[in-house]
Design a protein around this ligand. Structure first.
Ligand code: YH5
Length: 302
């Protein structure tokens, strides 16, 4: 009996993403290193010292295998206060400019502000990462005119109040998929093509520990949206709550989550601990591929 070929049920997925002048290969999992440029992140001995520290930290993350450096000047941790736009710009813009000029890095900017998006795009940023899914005024058109790819993240509430007893009327994965689908449509209507988008479930943003664990376990259901997935779980309270560990003791928990995320289809992992995460996801990917590309082999000791 002859069989009729059935179409592949999984949608075509872009194996790479054009990010300004950089091309990001997403045919294997990539690591995005977090560079916070909030006053608590770097020594406060004046702007130049902080800039130099930020550059050195980024250089170290690139040496450890980060494909992207995500620069953020607004603390979106639970309970954090809002940062005025001018202050956010003053923190982020010089760092973006320096990373581009000195390191030619693929820089992503973690912002919800249209003005910060525009100012960073002209300074050579290669990606926009918005935890508010381009919902703020002017953000859709700022992102569209930049021509840069955008990561759209799900959240419930604002950082000031989002962890106060989060509740959902539908299963968390359905709520997240519905929201992200709506934001993809809004982007397309604003002239941002689907090929320019990444999606993020938004771990820790208005979600209980149970919501976060279920969302990770069921992340495959988000693949139906047909876009590459980015996840950020590094050092977050879902690890602290399960393991009973303070923020500085969450690395092993985060590596376990990264390996699971890769198995569930994540293509970019946004993390603080780049070197350890590169090893964890390279190992997880080798299992999933039942081997590894020669170019991905590390110089081996044995
Ligand atoms: C994210 O998930 N998160 S900022 C609380 C922590 C640790 C870290 C100690 N920007 C994401 O990193 N962008 C942030 O507890 C993000 N996805 C994307 N795309 C919050 C953060 C953090 C919060």
């Amino acid at each position: 009996m002859t069989s009729i070929a059935t179409p592949d049920p999984t949608p075509e997925r872009a194996a790479s993403l054009q990010c300004g002048r950089h091309r990001l290969d997403l045919s294997f999992p990539r690591v995005m290193g977090i560079l916070n440029v909030t006053p608590d992140s770097f020594s406060d001995g004046g702007r130049h010292v902080a800039l130099d520290d930020a550059l050195r930290r980024a250089e170290q993350m690139l040496a450890e295998g980060a494909a992207v450096i995500d620069v953020g000047g607004e603390s979106t941790r639970p309970g954090a206060d809002a940062v005025p736009e001018q202050q956010e710009l003053d923190r982020v813009a010089p760092v973006v400019e320096a990373l581009v000029r000195e390191l030619d890095a693929l820089v992503s900017v973690d912002t919800s502000s249209a003005r910060v998006m525009r100012e960073c795009a002209v300074r050579g940023a290669s990606m926009i990462n918005d935890v508010r899914g381009l919902e703020r005024e002017g953000a859709l058109s700022a992102a569209a005119s930049s021509g840069l790819p955008v990561c759209l993240m799900h959240r419930q509430g604002e950082p000031q109040d989002m962890q106060h007893a989060p509740r959902y009327d539908v299963p968390i994965e359905s709520a997240v998929a519905e929201y992200l689908g709506e934001r993809v449509s809004a982007c397309e209507a604003a002239g941002i093509s689907r090929q320019q988008l990444l999606l993020d479930p938004g771990f820790g943003f208005g979600k209980s520990v149970e919501h976060n664990l279920r969302l990770l376990n069921r992340m495959r259901s988000l693949e139906a949206l047909g876009l590459p997935l980015l996840v950020g779980m590094s050092r977050k309270s879902m690890i602290g709550k399960v393991l009973g560990r303070p923020v500085e003791e969450r690395l092993a928990g985060g590596l376990a989550l990264s390996a699971i995320a890769v198995e569930r289809g994540a293509k970019i992992l946004r993390v603080h601990d780049v070197g350890a995460t590169v090893d964890a996801v390279t190992m997880a990917w080798a299992v999933l591929q039942e081997g590894c590309e020669p170019s991905n082999y590390k110089e081996s000791l044995s």
